[in-house]
Write a protein that binds this ligand. Structure first.
Ligand SMILES: Nc1ncnc2c1ncn2[C@@H]1O[C@H](COP(=O)(O)OP(=O)(O)OP(=O)(O)O)[C@@H](O)[C@H]1O
Ligand SMILES: [Mg+2]
Length: 260
């Protein structure tokens, strides 16, 4: 379980998250349905120990172990993976070496005796994933994400999830900027990756994802507090409510939506 208790966070002397309480259980899928600018990405970066975000109070634990005192690399090795909303481009780091390094480090965190996968063996391991995601093999020779299209960057994130099999997978707007085919691929790949050992946390504004993924819980946040948690059947109500805000502005409003 990933547990956030009474978390308050400050960035650049400004108080942001205030007394946040969230639980993410094993084998469940969560949606964080919060408004733009409601600190969702900030929360994800705080979990991953971004140095700008200072925790003033509260705790974050993964499998009952404190992770607040750990730095990003150790948090990754505690099997938490964050797929960034804005995926950085990192020059001078070859994609192949990046993947091989994180794979070796991950494996060693599970098994101290693990010996680094050789270039040859790692290539054998990674090629099937490249094929599944339709990523050309030449990409392995390119610098990490440098010049990659938005969709190609998203595929590299999926590749890392397949390779590392993290327990807690935080996906910050993984669907943003994707066309309908790419969107379907992402949703279906993630559905395949779901297993009894992992927890998926979607930060998104996209209700379409609900139609493809089996969501157990959605957290809705307003004014820095989690105002309620809604079972999946009730999410439709939120969707309807949000669209109704537009209805009221539009005289040609489709009354079939039966807004309340
Ligand atoms: N390092 C920082 N310094 C100053 N302000 C910051 C910093 N990080 C985030 N903010 C501000 O915090 C607010 C929330 O940002 P954040 O990206 O967490 O929102 P969000 O909920 O993810 O929004 P969206 O849905 O648009 O992605 C924004 O006003 C942003 O400018
Ligand atoms: Mg964001």
């Amino acid at each position: 379980m990933l547990e956030i208790k009474n978390l308050s966070v400050r960035v650049d002397m400004k108080n942001i998250l205030k007394d946040i309480n969230l639980d993410f259980e094993k084998w469940k899928t969560y949606f964080l349905l919060w408004r733009n600018g409601s600190w969702k990405s900030s929360l994800a970066l705080t979990i991953m120990w971004h140095p700008k975000y200072k925790v003033i109070s509260g705790s974050i634990t993964a499998d009952w172990k404190d992770i607040l005192s750990r730095k990003s690399d150790e948090i990754s090795k505690a099997w938490i993976f964050l797929s960034f909303q804005n995926i950085p481009e990192i020059p001078w780091i070859r994609l192949f070496e990046f993947l091989r390094t994180i794979y070796n480090e991950y494996r060693r965190s599970i098994d101290a005796e693990f010996k680094n996968a050789s270039i040859f063996l790692f290539k054998k391991k990674i090629i099937p994933y490249l094929n599944e995601l339709d990523i050309p093999e030449e990409f392995l020779e390119r610098d990490l994400n440098v010049g990659f299209s938005g969709w190609e960057k998203r595929k590299i994130e999926l590749l890392q999830i397949k390779l590392l099999e993290p327990k807690y997978i935080i996906l910050d707007e993984i669907d943003s900027g994707l066309d309908i085919d790419a969107f379907k691929t992402v949703a279906l790949e993630l559905k395949k990756l779901k297993n009894p050992d992992n927890t998926m946390i979607f930060i998104t504004h996209n209700f379409k994802l609900l139609e493809i993924l089996d969501v157990d819980f959605a957290y809705v946040l307003s004014d820095w507090e989690v105002i309620d948690s809604w079972w999946i059947e009730l999410i439709r109500k939120i969707e309807k409510h949000w669209f109704c805000a537009y209805c009221n502005l539009d005289e040609s409003c489709n009354k079939e939506l039966k807004c309340e």
